[in-house]
Design a protein around this ligand. Structure first.
Ligand SMILES: [Mg+2]
Length: 432
């Protein structure tokens, strides 16, 4: 059995760099694993455990001829048959700062636990506004842990697969030009921002003047001659009023041409949101409005202006089932590339703070697939302790460290029980 650690990825596809030395340029060079400082590396306990288990496997295989016995599979090998998926905001970070227990939770998963086990995990956030590489570098520094773009899904990640569908797209949200950079990185051919449209005609947004920087970064285009084929809200809008004005102009236009007005109001481009969270948690005591609120706002305005329901809005992210299918593929590939294990884990513990997206999505996905998806709600984010969540998690815990311990302990008990049953089976067969 090969010895697998985060520092020595098994696949040649993945390269490792140090989280203390890494630069953004390093991350752009291909699939990478940002490794933690040596002080965070796990001890040799897993290797010892692996040898012990190989030994046990040999004995078990000798004494039982049924090689397809499912219960023996759970103790074979050092890779657990479960994995974790984490939401980020409200679970690991809050208001941009690390939640105190988050670093401990990561260390625990990376081998600093009573069994010395290393557990595979991925991150599934509705947030966005930066490239996946950039976000992973930030996260690896904040958590002192290995974070690879290969184990990371953000709200707009699935939009990558739509780059071929549209020629010219309007990208909304995020700081400065960042979302344009993300969209171009995804392969979108012609990316327009609200700033480009404001630069074309200042009268489009009568109450806002572009700053010097915004004006310089915005591109000179003649939007009376350009059709915009789709609108993508990549990240939270920084200027709701102006962004809403331009989005409404396009939704009511003929074929996405600025300055035109459709008679039937159904000739405008479709609009995609990277997620649907109406609220999110910051350090302020009450939840703040998120991208889902902008969608509600746009739909209400569309209805008010046209008397019709907007039919062309789509949201990605959690709780959409597609996001969880995507997460399964990412998790499966991560287990194979880094841990050398084929197939999906039997149980995925999903740790989140938002009942409407994290818990609802996990519970609904659980009903769809053979594997177990187990929802864990933490009290450090959107969920307000004392209230009854609209979507019930399997368990509610204080914070992410408790969530990790709960999942690992639960799976440990299950494995011991299976081992016990197996032991009884062997004893019975010997006595025969
Ligand atoms: Mg969250």
């Amino acid at each position: 059995m090969a010895e697998i650690t985060y520092a020595q990825p098994r696949s040649s596809r993945v390269t490792s760099i140090s989280s203390t030395m890494a630069t953004r340029a390093d991350l752009d060079s291909g699939p990478t694993v940002v490794v933690p400082p040596a002080s965070y590396m796990a001890s040799t306990i897993p290797e010892t455990l692996a040898k012990a288990r190989t030994h046990v496997d040999a004995i078990v295989d000798d004494e039982t001829s049924s090689s397809d016995d499912e219960s023996s599979a759970s103790v074979r090998g050092v890779v657990p048959n479960y994995a974790f998926a984490f939401d980020i905001d409200g679970v690991l970070l809050k208001g941009g700062h690390v939640i105190p227990e988050a670093k401990e939770a990561m260390k625990y998963l990376n081998g600093e636990n009573p069994d010395g086990l290393k557990v595979p995990y991925i991150f599934v956030t509705n947030g966005g506004g930066k490239t996946e590489q950039e976000r992973c570098l930030d996260l690896s520094k904040q958590l002192d842990v290995a974070v690879s773009p290969d184990q990371f899904i953000c709200g707009h990640t699935p939009m990558r697969e739509m780059a071929e569908m549209y020629q010219t797209v309007l990208v909304v949200g995020g700081d400065g030009e960042k979302c344009r950079v993300v969209a171009e990185g995804y392969g979108f051919r012609d990316v327009v921002t609200p700033g480009d449209i404001m630069k074309w005609q200042a009268a489009v947004t009568p109450f806002r003047v572009l700053t010097e920087d915004e004006y310089k970064n915005s591109r000179d285009r003649d939007f009376s001659k350009i059709n915009i084929d789709a609108i993508f809200v990549f990240a939270d809008s920084r200027h709701w009023g102006d962004d809403t004005q331009i989005i409404m102009d396009l939704l009511l236009s003929k074929n996405g041409r600025m300055g035109t007005l459709s008679d039937t109001f159904d000739e405008g481009p479709p609009i995609y949101f990277s997620h649907n969270d109406v609220v999110w948690a910051t350090n302020f005591e009450l939840n703040r409005l998120g991208m889902g609120a902008l969608r509600v706002f746009i739909e209400a305005l569309y209805k008010d202006r046209t008397g019709k329901t907007l039919q062309t809005a789509t949201s990605f992210g959690k709780p959409q089932i597609g996001t969880f299918h995507y997460a399964t593929r990412v998790l499966e590939r991560w287990r194979k590339d880094v841990f050398g294990e084929e197939g999906p884990p039997q149980t995925v513990y999903f740790v989140g703070d938002t009942p409407e997206s994290d818990i609802r999505g996990t519970n609904e996905f659980h009903e769809h697939v053979d594997e177990e998806w187990y929802s864990i709600l933490v009290k450090t984010g959107v969920y307000q302790p004392g209230t009854v969540p609209r979507h019930q998690p399997r368990v509610i815990v204080e914070n992410v460290l408790e969530a990790v311990k709960h999942g690992m302990e639960r799976s440990r008990k299950q494995a011991l029980q299976e081992l016990d049953e197996l032991g009884n089976g062997i004893e019975a067969s010997i006595q025969k």
